[in-house]
Design a protein around this ligand. Structure first.
Ligand code: GLY
Length: 300
């Protein structure tokens, strides 16, 4: 069997009933482990995030939260630690799997990020699968938007309390060649302004991967992760302090809290195949598995 380590997340927050999330993440991490036995890290993170995007429970692809117009606008990014190649899309509508489109931006264009109508034009040119807009909207998100509008607030996803709703999905992986990769995808935050872009598609904020160091995927209040460039901060912390994934993940969250009183979490895998998971929310919906282990670890 090939050597690998993988971690995934389905957002952070303060849910009291996580039974459905446990079932979903167990299935998805096991599928990711099967993929990892003969796929590169970049393929594993893309295909795993596609599974998360297709699951209506999570805030990405189908199941995304709604903006202040009651619409779904998705952001996603993918990064290859081998050569720091990256692709991202922001504010896209009707794209079934934004992470797969981000991968196409990386592989089939000379750019890193495409947004809005330009991203859709590019999507058509690479035959990216699309869905009718109502495919993305699940019942619970309509209620969530109604509550947020009533309260006059922009709120995050995944919580029983309005103040602590966080969402986003992501995956980080290292393969048997030591290649690191990360991917992050999201519908953003509930009742966000039309056109708002968060951290998820921004390299260094919601996603980062660099061979020899680590791969990072973040979840939380995007504005705080943008202002702290948190994923790159974690990579640099590791570079200069020579610590493992867990220490770097915790250092990142400590910085997030210290600087901007930030809410969220990160998953990290390092070049020595260690996994790190840290959060400033009560929980992060995360799961991980390394080659040779008999089962996945769920950290919530
Ligand atoms: N972290 C996801 C967002 O704020 O859009």
């Amino acid at each position: 069997m090939s050597k690998f380590s993988i971690a995934i997340h389905g957002g952070a927050g303060a849910l009291s009933d996580v039974s459905e999330h446990r079932t979903a993440l167990t299935e998805i991490i096991n599928e990711a482990a099967n993929l990892a036995s003969n796929a590169s890290a970049i393929d594993v993170v893309e295909r795993t995030v596609v599974l998360l995007e297709n699951h209506p429970l999570f805030n990405a692809g189908k199941g995304s939260v709604l903006n202040n117009k009651g619409e779904v606008e998705c952001d996603a990014a993918i990064m290859n630690g081998t050569d720091l190649d990256a692709g991202a899309v922001a504010g896209v509508r009707g794209i079934k799997n934004p992470v797969a489109l981000a991968r196409k931006v990386m592989s089939d264009s000379e750019h890193v990020m495409l947004v809005g109508d330009g991203a859709l034009e590019f999507a058509a040119s690479v035959n990216a699968p699309t869905e009718q807009l109502d495919y993305f909207v699940v019942e619970s998100r309509l209620k969530q938007l109604e509550e947020a509008k009533k309260a006059g607030k922009v709120v995050l996803d995944h919580s029983d309390t309005e103040e602590e709703k966080l969402g986003t999905v992501g995956a980080v992986a290292i393969d048997d060649k030591g290649n690191l990769a990360a991917a992050t995808s999201t519908g953003g935050i509930v009742n966000k302004k039309f056109g708002r872009v968060g951290d998820s598609p921004v390299v260094g904020a919601g996603v980062y991967a660099e061979n020899g160091l680590c791969a990072v995927s973040a979840t939380g209040f995007g504005e705080q992760f943008l202002r702290t460039t948190l994923s790159k901060h974690i990579g640099d912390w590791m570079r200069y302090n020579h610590v493992d994934a867990q220490s770097a993940a915790q250092a990142g969250i400590d910085y997030l809290v210290e600087k901007v009183n930030g809410l969220g979490g990160v998953i990290v895998v390092d070049a020595n195949y260690n996994i790190g998971i840290a959060h400033s929310t009560p929980l992060i919906l995360s799961a991980s598995i390394c080659s040779g282990e008999t089962g996945a670890r769920l950290d919530f």
